[in-house]
Design a protein around this ligand. Structure first.
Ligand code: MBD
Ligand code: FE
Length: 284
């Protein structure tokens, strides 16, 4: 995938995220019946809020202008994934009786088909990324009874030390800090990457104005994004965070869960090293 105009501004990353989303196959399972059930409640919820707060015409115009801007900046993927996706994730998790590893939101910066890497590997990174604190992330993909799943895939993607994701900021190699790790016959992986930093969502566009308007902050705690897949098992989309890290308790995207905290130790070579395993539920 190539994006013609990517720059490290809200408009640049927003445009790239919108462009990517539009090119994904959207397999939507919707119907007139569902729409008919939902739209009335949606409009009623909007009416409730408007009446409760006696919304003025000025406020209505501010909203209308803001929504136009979100579209023009390509920031609907960003705004929706930050403020709404965590609820959708929760609803769809609670619909089943899962006992495997908890999921979390995907966010706007996943890209399919990252290059395959062997079970023991180093993430693709630039020389400048090697100045960051190394992180060795190891563990095993298993079923819920602890049986190792060989040939499972662990897709990992995360931001660099400056908080930029490849393909959504300029000048970064296409697959930097993105890879699809294939587990060994025991389901194990051992991945060398770098310790991500806390992440500030683009603040110079309409999502940033939205946050400023209520006096909030645009920060997410440092995180790794993962998708774990094995044939016959439920795919997990999740994120991992770092215990005691900044913004853990007030993630702007409300996507931290206590089960998803890592506590890396420093080894003799000054690498941060951490073990975290994934248990996959059987597909229903
Ligand atoms: C991110 O990196 C992210 O993970 C989310 C959920 C939203 C914006 C940027
Ligand atoms: Fe992220």
């Amino acid at each position: 995938m190539t994006h013609s105009e990517i720059n490290p501004t809200a408009k640049g990353s927003g445009t790239a995220a919108t462009d990517k989303f539009k090119h994904e196959a959207i397999k939507s399972d919707t119907s007139t019946e569902r729409a008919n059930e939902i739209y009335k409640d949606l409009l009623a919820a909007i009416a409730d809020v408007a009446h409760k707060h006696e919304v003025t015409y000025d406020e209505y115009r501010v909203l209308k202008n803001w929504m136009i801007q979100v579209g023009e900046y390509g920031e609907w993927p960003l705004w929706l994934d930050v403020f709404v996706e965590h609820e959708i994730e929760k609803i769809n998790y609670n619909r089943h009786h899962y006992t495997g590893t908890k999921g979390s939101i995907e966010g706007p910066y996943y890209v399919e088909n990252s290059p395959e890497l062997p079970w023991k590997c180093e993430m693709p990174m630039r020389e400048q990324d090697k100045a960051a604190q190394p992180l060795i992330f190891q563990g095993q993909v298993t079923d819920v009874d602890g049986k190792g799943l060989g040939g499972a895939t662990v897709e990992l993607w995360h931001a660099d030390e400056e908080g930029f994701y490849s393909q959504f900021a300029p000048g970064i190699p296409e697959w930097n800090l993105r890879g699809t790790i294939v587990t060994n016959e025991n389901g194990e992986y051992e991945i060398k990457t770098l310790q991500p930093a806390p992440y500030q969502i683009p603040a110079d566009g309409p999502t940033g104005w939205f946050i400023e308007s209520y006096g909030g902050h645009p920060w997410r705690p440092a995180h790794l994004h993962l998708k774990v897949k094995s044939p016959g098992y439920r795919e997990i989309t999740t994120q991992l965070y770092f215990q005691g890290g900044e913004w853990i308790d007030n993630d702007v995207a409300t996507a931290v869960k206590p089960e998803l905290l890592l506590d890396p130790q420093t080894d003799a070579d000054s690498n941060n090293i951490v073990n975290y395993s994934f248990a996959l539920d059987k597909k229903e």
